[in-house]
Design a protein. Structure first.
Length: 67
């Protein structure tokens, strides 16, 4: 097995990540966030807290611009 070292400029790596996520649709980005949330809940054993928070009343505020 060969060892391979890749030297990457940190700024170019950030630019590549930004370009990658900008190329995705809003639906794809939201889906990725949801996957990460689910992984976090499982990894840190937060299922009970998550279930409790889902039982509470959801509050939604909308700003409406009036003419």
């Amino acid at each position: 097995m060969k060892k391979v070292v890749k030297i990457v400029n940190k700024n170019s790596e950030l630019d590549e990540n930004l370009l990658f996520w900008q190329s995705k649709t809003a639906e794809d980005r939201i889906s990725a966030v949801q996957v990460l949330r689910e992984q976090f809940i499982v990894m840190f054993n937060k299922q009970q807290q998550y279930d409790e928070s889902r039982k509470r009343l959801r509050r939604v505020c909308r700003a409406v611009k009036q003419a």
